[in-house]
Design a protein around this ligand. Sequence first.
Ligand SMILES: [Zn+2]
Ligand SMILES: [Zn+2]
Length: 172
Amino acid sequence: MLPMLYNVSTILKEHTGASREYDVDDDVQIDGETHSLHGHVRLDRTPRGVLVRAALRGTVQAPCSRCLRPATLPIDLAIEEEFVPTIDVISGARIETLEGEEDAYRISARHELDLREPVRQYWAMAMPMAPLCREDCAGLCPACGSEMNPEHACAQPPLDERWAKLARLNEG
Ligand SMILES: [Zn+2]
Ligand SMILES: [Zn+2]
């Protein structure tokens, strides 16, 4: 079985409320990079299909938006999506898409539920806009450009002092 791919042919034959639980410890391709995902997936049979609830954690490397140092950031995904079948698991008949359901996630004709697409979408939403190496990162010193972390004793005079000096020079 490929990572994030679940065969749901047996749960589809069961009654609403039937469920399956899986541990996740998989490498998944997201945006051309391999990310390790850990966590838990629960599948519940619904009247229409299968409700997926997954709590997954991965990590991503990104430069800190304040100090530009590479930072390792946790990415937490709380996925909740209903998948609807394309083929009736008992009769083999094609199931027509209901109006308003065109965008629903589909279980494949081989009764496989592919979590990779929701994982990609939730991953993109979970990516921080302004990643921080740590919550209280002090960023870069405006005078010398080196890191303010942890306590930066700057050898340069503050920037505005230098501007002032430059202004005095210009005044001649
Ligand atoms: Zn930082
Ligand atoms: Zn400095």
